[in-house]
Design a protein around this ligand. Structure first.
Ligand SMILES: *[C@@H]1O[C@H](CO)[C@@H](O)[C@H](O)[C@H]1NC(C)=O
Length: 374
């Protein structure tokens, strides 16, 4: 195990003194799991170096001191733990409220069969070709009385924002390449932040709450569906599937474009706590560059069961999509997943990335794209 000359000579076992020093070190230091692992590695290095020191090489003494110092410094590492305890069990008035609106063929005999689709190109200046009567909500959702009823995310971006998340974006490509070969989740567009030489894009994160298939360096598009018919302000507000939350209360929805809206925000995940936001479950982040450059249009629900042949009938609904891609810490997502686990409704079907729909063709995209900031 220890790569020293001693091992070759068959005398690598540490002396009794070294063993007792290690034992007392383990007994006296209180550590989190991660710190324990790091310390174990550091102690192993120290043990190797100390064992090597018996051979009398002067340079190993310096190394032994350095290794001992590493032990002292790494025990301060903290791994946050987040509560996932649920409220008391109770009735879920939203359960099963999803209306049965199957996907349909988008166009039959040159006649469009359903409303405008999402996710579209949200680049500034883009407009679809599909004429629509619907008008997107251009105020903040809280100003028009619609509340978030779910959060979920897609692998890569479903929307397209030229220069931010488009066909030239990159990520941990060999992983997504293998995923594609295995016929797994369809990946959308990627952002352009990824740098394979920067550890924050490549250091794996130990997922505790989100599904372990989540990847550092990867791009995800997060959606927060909002509805006037949600169980707003109650313990049942958050629902999976999100349709149950959107259609929870009967007799409320008369104008879907004005009463149902989704927020979309695109992130590249980094393993760096400087990018931690503690509350990603309750809506997109609005802070400086976050949520400042917004595209607004009417479309539909998304996902890989729809493409430019097979359309969603859940339309028109409002979309407000951040055109910029942002860095966010892996811990931000893991905290969100912990919060999702603490909801009364079982959100476990949204703790992993869903596949991305292919980009909406111009003829299926609404001609009402607007900006929050002109
Ligand atoms: C998206 O829209 C922009 C602005 O209209 C345009 O330049 C770009 O080519 C479009 N990209 C795609 C893939 O449709």
């Amino acid at each position: 195990m220890c790569a020293t000359d001693n091992e070759n000579k068959g005398s690598a076992a540490p002396s009794e003194d070294t063993v007792s020093t290690m034992k007392s070190a383990f007994q006296t230091i209180q550590m989190t799991t991660a710190a324990l692992l790091i310390t174990t590695i550091a102690l192993l290095i120290a043990t190797c170096v100390l064992a090597a020191d018996k051979s009398g090489s002067p340079s190993t003494e310096v190394a032994a001191v350095a290794a001992t110092q590493t032990v002292t410094e790494t025990v301060t590492v903290e791994v946050p733990t987040w509560p996932t305890v649920r409220p008391p069990a109770g009735e879920n008035p939203c359960a099963g409220k999803k209306p049965d609106l199957p996907n349909i063929q988008c166009v039959i005999d040159a006649v469009e069969q359903t409303g405008e689709q999402a996710g579209a190109n949200v680049t500034k200046g883009y407009n679809g070709l599909k004429e629509t009567e619907a008008t997107p909500i251009t105020q903040n959702y809280y100003e028009v009385g619609i509340c978030p009823v779910n959060v979920h995310w897609h692998l890569g971006a479903e929307h397209y924002s030229l220069g931010e998340f488009d066909e030239t974006g990159t990520g941990p490509t060999d992983i997504s390449g293998r995923r594609k070969l295995a016929g797994k989740t369809r990946q959308g567009f990627q952002c352009k932040h990824y740098n394979e030489n920067d550890a924050k894009f490549t250091t794996p994160y130990e997922w505790k709450h989100c599904d372990a298939t989540m990847e550092v360096g990867q791009t995800y598009e997060v959606h927060w569906p909002h509805s006037a018919a949600g169980a707003c302000g109650t313990i049942n507000q958050y629902q999976t599937p999100f349709y149950d939350g959107v259609f929870c209360r009967d007799g409320v929805l008369t104008d879907t474009a004005a009463q149902i809206g989704v927020q979309g925000q695109v992130f590249t995940i980094v393993n760096d706590e400087a990018y931690y936001y503690p509350d990603l479950m309750r809506g997109m982040i609005v802070d400086g560059e976050f949520g400042a450059d917004m595209a607004m249009y009417t479309g539909s629900t998304t996902g890989t069961s729809r493409d430019n042949e097979i359309c969603s009938q859940y339309a028109p609904i409002t979309w407000q999509v951040d055109r910029k891609c942002h860095l966010i810490s892996a811990s931000t997502f893991d905290k969100m997943c912990a919060d999702m686990k603490a909801q009364r409704d079982d959100m476990s079907d949204d703790l992993y990335a869903h596949g991305s729909r292919e980009l909406v063709a111009d003829h299926l995209a609404a001609n009402n794209h607007a900006n929050l900031r002109a």
